[in-house]
Design a protein around this ligand. Structure first.
Ligand code: FAD
Length: 320
């Protein structure tokens, strides 16, 4: 018996959020008195796979099929279901991201498993299998008890700090008989570099809204992001207007991020925007309107003109 966890990679480098998923699966395995097995597909070096041992995976089932460098949802579902059956898995973990959304429900149906999306906590196994998750676009929390024998959990990225330890996982080649139709649905990679680091992995994010007035003013956002080593993000109208690329848009209809620090300048804080950022550990809001709703969600607020505040903040950061 082993808890299965799907890992994602970008050109052979395992994503930080997948390391978090492995660590999460390993903690669940500990609670259940068993081990964690990672499942990896595509072209990944052995050393990279062995490195998953430092995050708690004892074993990696590796499907070395170059077609799976792209996320073919049906093919990877087939891999996960086969791995779960081989390992007699009580729990299968994926990320709650664009890939997980395409794969986890398929796996759950095939294994007749309960599905918990957007998981924020380890399961409480004292009163069943209770997991905390976000609800109503991040406005509330729900506690879900999965009563099915097998459970599929989609972990919300950036919910836990990474704790790297010693250890190497053993890598076993795993083969699955694919069918042509398995390669009919492909999830295109959506991780793009914004600012200094990929937005989905970023611990620091500087974000701008319509208060910037136009794309020509984005330099002050980028300067602060550069000084901090942060990613850049934006509100939806900014992406809709073409001021910034769509992959930077966060919120209900955009990306969900949970960085340690989210700095929002010239963003009003509509509920649809907060849905994507309210999990941030610390929120700093810069807005000239003291009544802007975002201040209610902020840990720190600066009432002022972003054209003055941002350059001063950048100068202050550069002095450190
Ligand atoms: P505005 O609401 O126009 O706010 C601009 C802010 O900048 C104001 O608070 C203003 O006081 C401030 N400002 C102006 N000038 C300055 C200055 N010089 N210095 C400092 N502050 C200044 N939005 C998202 O962001 N993400 C989503 O995913 C999303 N999904 C949606 C889904 C649906 C179904 C719907 C209906 C809406 C969605 N929206 C989403 C839109 C959302 O409702 C808001 O309209 C949007 O977030 C507002 O963007 P904004 O804060 O940049 O602009």
């Amino acid at each position: 018996m082993s808890v299965i966890v799907l890992v994602e990679h970008t050109e052979g480098t395992i994503k930080k959020k997948s390391l978090e998923a492995v660590q999460y699966a390993a903690e669940i395995a500990k609670k259940l008195g068993t081990t964690a097995t990672a499942v990896a597909t595509g072209k990944i070096a052995d050393t990279e796979l062995q490195g998953l041992g430092a995050y708690g995976a004892q074993k990696v089932l590796y499907v070395a099929d170059d077609r799976l460098n792209d996320l073919h949802a049906r093919a990877i579902t087939r891999v996960l279901v086969a791995a779960a059956k081989q390992e007699n898995s009580p729990v299968i973990v994926t990320l709650h991201d664009v890939n997980g959304r395409a794969i986890a429900p398929r796996v759950a149906i095939q294994l007749k498993a309960g599905l918990i999306s957007g998981a924020l906590s380890y399961p409480d196994t004292v009163k069943g299998f209770v997991v905390k998750k976000s609800a109503f676009s991040g406005k509330a929390f729900a506690y879900v008890n999965a009563t099915s024998e097998v459970k599929v959990i989609m972990l919300a990225p950036n919910s836990f700090q990474l704790n790297k330890t010693e250890g190497a996982a053993t890598v076993e080649n795993f083969s699955v008989n694919f069918e042509d139709k398995d390669f009919g649905v492909k999830v295109k990679s959506v991780d793009k570099i914004t600012g200094e680091v990929p937005l989905s992995d970023a611990e620091l994010v500087v974000s701008g809204g319509r208060g910037l007035k136009g794309p020509e003013n984005w330099g002050i956002i980028e300067d602060l992001a550069h000084a901090l080593g942060a990613a850049t993000a934006c509100s939806r109208p900014v992406a809709d207007a073409g001021w910034r690329p769509h992959h930077e848009h966060v919120g209900q209809t955009g990306g969900t991020i949970r960085p340690n620090l989210y700095i929002a300048a010239g963003i009003s804080g509509a509920i649809q925007h907060l849905a994507g950022v309210s999990g941030s550990k610390t929120i700093v809001v810069i807005n000239k309107d003291p009544e802007a709703p975002f201040f209610k969600a902020a840990n720190y607020g600066v009432v002022g003109d972003l054209n003055e505040v941002l350059p001063r903040l950048t100068e202050a950061v550069k002095k450190f």
